[in-house]
Write a new protein. Structure first.
Length: 326
């Protein structure tokens, strides 16, 4: 009888041990699989820049390991994880928050550029009248020897020259603003409707026919940590802003003022006109401006915002509405 009980207990202990061992193995396996998963929010491109399949969710769960076991486990775990994340998002009211992040990512890299040469003359600003050369670069991303490719444009004896006002070609001009006379730049524009479609241009700025204060180089702009939506403000857009101005010592000079204007028309002081560029609806910025960029004239839509003629002023600027006027 004792021998029978001993065998029964032994069998029970072995089964219990085996069950615990299997449980531990399962937990370790799930942990390893979890390490190979990545949850990313609102991205539609992989590391190589390729467009991925669109999803209605505010996130993606990616398998970072291509092993067979991990792939099978990933397909089993993904719907469970998505269900829990969806529940968490709905419970805590995070959907609007994630939608705003999605829009920020969509418009973040709309226009990029790199300088071939910097130039040393007057600077092109929003609204400036300029003379320039522009060439569209075909299939530029896939060209191996980019420097040699650009040389044929840089060395042309006969170059078509355009004279116009900055703001007439919005996306392109967003890349031209800040160039100096004699400067050369390659500008890359992403078509937001089709992220994989990039337009590339070679631009040489020949002359700037509009004078501007040299103190624009001393304008300092700081983005506040907040979430925004919509297209970035470009030269030529119509915007409505709210602003407050403080003296250099922090004392309030004017508070909670509103203005509606077309960027580049010269209807607001240069500090606000330059400071609003690339902002989005809901965006907030702090601008530290030299006094000569705060000058107002009778035909402007704002009153005096210059506390004095010697010291900088601090502008708190927010975009209420932005209308893309293509």
């Amino acid at each position: 009888m004792e021998e029978f009980i001993f065998k029964l207990l032994k069998k029970f202990v072995v089964k219990k041990f085996a069950f615990k061992l299997l449980w531990i193995i399962a937990v370790i396996t799930l942990f390893i699989i979890a390490l190979s998963l990545s949850v990313s929010y609102f991205t539609n491109k992989d590391d190589a820049g390729m467009v991925k399949e669109e999803t209605d969710k505010g996130y993606e769960i990616n398998n970072l390991n291509d092993g067979i076991i991990q792939t099978i486990a990933f397909s089993l775990l993904k719907p469970i994880l998505e269900a829990r994340i969806d529940y968490y998002i709905e419970k805590h009211g995070l959907l609007d928050y994630l939608q705003k992040i999605k829009k920020q990512k969509e418009f973040k890299d709309l226009v990029n550029f790199y300088d071939i040469s910097y130039g040393n003359g007057k600077k092109a600003l929003c609204g400036s009248k300029v003379s320039l050369q522009v060439y569209k670069l075909l299939n530029y991303d896939n060209i191996v020897n980019k420097e040699q490719y650009l040389q044929k444009f840089m060395n042309l004896n006969v170059n078509p020259t355009f004279e116009r006002k900055i703001g007439e070609e919005k996306e392109l001009d967003l890349g031209i603003i800040g160039m100096k006379e004699g400067g050369e730049r390659v500008i890359l524009i992403v078509d937001n409707a089709e992220i994989s479609d990039k337009k590339s241009y070679y631009v040489k700025l020949l002359s700037v026919k509009t004078d501007s204060p040299s103190s624009v180089d001393n304008l300092m702009v700081f983005d506040d940590a907040n979430y925004t939506s919509g297209m970035p403000v470009m030269c030529g857009d119509e915007v409505e802003v709210n602003y407050s101005v403080r003296k250099h010592n922090g004392e309030l000079f004017t508070d909670n003022q509103f203005a509606r204007f077309k960027v580049g028309d010269g209807k607001v002081p240069l500090a606000i006109e330059l400071g609003v560029l690339k902002m989005q609806e809901g965006g907030k910025r702090t601008i530290i401006s030299p006094p000569d960029l705060l000058t107002t004239t009778d035909d402007m839509v704002v009153g005096n915002i210059r506390p004095d003629e010697k010291n900088v002023a601090i502008i708190n600027l927010s975009v209420i509405q932005s209308n893309n006027l293509n």
